[in-house]
Design a protein around this ligand. Sequence first.
Ligand code: TRP
Length: 335
Amino acid sequence: MKQVYLTGITTTGTPHLGNYAGAIKPAIKASQRADTENYYFLADLHALIKSYDPEAVQQSRLEIAAAWIALGLDTDKAVFYCQSDIPEIPALTWLLTCQTAKGLMNRAHAYKAVVQENETAGSADPDRGITMGLFSYPVLMAADILMFKAHKVPVGKDQVQHIEMARDIAQRFNHHYGEHFVLPEAEVDDSTAVLSGLDGRKMSKSYNNTIPLFVPEKKLRKLIMRIKTNSQEPGEPKDPEGNTLFEIYQAFATPQQAEEVRQRYAEGIAWGEMKQYLFEHLNSILNEPRQHYEALMAEPEAIAKVLARGAEQAREQSAGFLAQLYKAVGIAPIR
Ligand code: TRP
């Protein structure tokens, strides 16, 4: 039986190096295997949780779609679609919501982080600024995954809890209504899955510390030169573990190339030299995709066509499966 791989990227902001390392790279690699089936999508319904700026969401949908294609996703091999084009996903979200313990959602990191911030800020209401969208975000994500019976979900480490929640929710549904759902597993590549950003914290749109995948060469160089380093001198042996420059290099390198750079760290490569080296390496890899990306961005109709076909393919699974699930819960045509 084929292994089903599925992952999504939330369409807020411009695609960045972290998206590549956590989702795009492992997903494309999986799609090149003969023993896999692949579903990759733009999580635009998830975007509405974080962004109330319609133009930004629309622009990001286009950019993230173009990035997947420019980086080499073969849309003949993978089903590539927009979450919002699959109306069965919000419908499934409701079925799952009715099986999800509120206490489980109380434990979600993303929700807890905001509660924590409110408490630190001395707010009288710990739920201040928290919508039901944010609170039940993991249920929508579970619907994304369970709808396509995914076995493996390539994600960054920060998303692992959400996959575990999807399993919990699936198990509960299966327990009540029969074995409908496959229990998914996160696939985290430890070496590359969460990249640090310019300031050393996790590379994330929320921290405004990202390096976009497709900026002009000059700008890319400038951003890399801005990455925070410590005060170690040239010639001093340096530890590659947890070093932002090394992490980024490794995400774009073969194991052998990474090994060579490890060696150079041991020999005391200067930070300035490493930055230049990283820039040249990234630029050589991103040069061609960058041109492809720019061509795609100039022709949104071509992207729309690819996504429309993907949605059609995805609905071959989702329409029939939702009907089966409705029937399982007692909502079937009356005759
Ligand atoms: N929550 C993920 C993120 O912010 C994006 C996402 C939405 C996703 N649905 C998904 C990832 C389903 C994997 C599977 O990165």
